[in-house]
Design a protein around this ligand. Structure first.
Ligand code: CDP
Length: 228
């Protein structure tokens, strides 16, 4: 199957709810196919971190415009991971903190922010051979992606996964705080005016509530072959 993907590089869009395992799936898939992996959520988190650090008023379009002109985001492949850098500084841990998680969906609802990040995401994907995960990848960023997956999972299970992940990173948040954050972000992400989270018509739905990371990867590799 792998030789097939080497011959024909495609674009793979993975969207879904908060903390449903999209990033793990996208990263594993990219590794297997030797594709580039981009975590678009990390980009929205990096902008949010900048706004927090520089006390940007998210209701002031002029301040936002100026701030966006001063932000550069890039990914560098280290420790077998694509790590996120904000203006040259490694921010992979900072962008996952509670303050960023609390504000990121409000920042991601701002059209000025989306315009800048979507353009960057489309540049990353111009050569194909890319797996990108987010909320609007199959609908807005790459509407012509050859393969679109919409991932979902039970809320309790998603909460448990994020709670464990934060614990491993040494970040203190109670189970209920994590759950409330996921509920709040899903609501803002699904109801915002600009590019709301929704399933693309041609996306394949994957409920991974009861799948291990290995099982979800195998399921998508199979789907991919069948679909193409
Ligand atoms: O925590 P989780 O991994 O589920 O989320 P994320 O992928 O890190 O994304 C963080 C937030 O960025 C989301 O809750 C959305 O508000 C926003 N986002 C977006 O609006 N569009 C994307 N393509 C990716 C993320």
């Amino acid at each position: 199957m792998l030789s097939f993907f080497k011959k024909r590089k495609i674009t793979i869009a993975i969207d879904g709810h908060s903390s449903c395992g999209k990033s793990t799936l996208a990263r594993d898939l990219a590794r297997k196919l030797k594709y580039v992996y981009i975590d678009s959520g990390a980009m929205y988190r990096a902008v949010t971190l900048y706004f927090i650090w520089h006390k940007i008023d998210i209701h002031n379009p002029d301040e936002i415009k100026k701030a966006l002109e001063s932000i550069s985001i890039d990914f560098r492949y280290k420790r077998r991971k694509n790590l996120c850098y904000l203006n040259g500084e490694l921010v992979e841990d900072d962008i996952r903190n509670a303050e960023v998680s609390d504000l990121v969906s409000d920042v991601a609802a701002i059209s000025q922010v989306r315009k800048k990040l979507v353009a960057l995401q489309q540049q990353y994907g111009s050569a194909k051979g890319i797996v990108m995960d987010g909320r609007d990848i199959g609908t807005v960023v790459f509407p012509n992606a050859e393969l679109k997956i919409f991932v979902t999972a039970d809320l309790e299970i998603r909460t448990h996964r994020r709670f464990q992940e934060l614990k491993i990173r040494g970040m203190e948040m109670s189970f209920d705080e994590v759950k409330q954050n996921l509920i709040k972000r899903d609501h803002i992400d699904s109801t915002r005016e600009d590019s709301p989270l929704c399933q693309a018509e041609d996306a394949i739905v994957l409920d991974n509530s009861h799948l291990s990371t290995k099982e979800q990867l195998n399921a998508v590799l199979k789907l991919t072959k069948l679909h193409i």
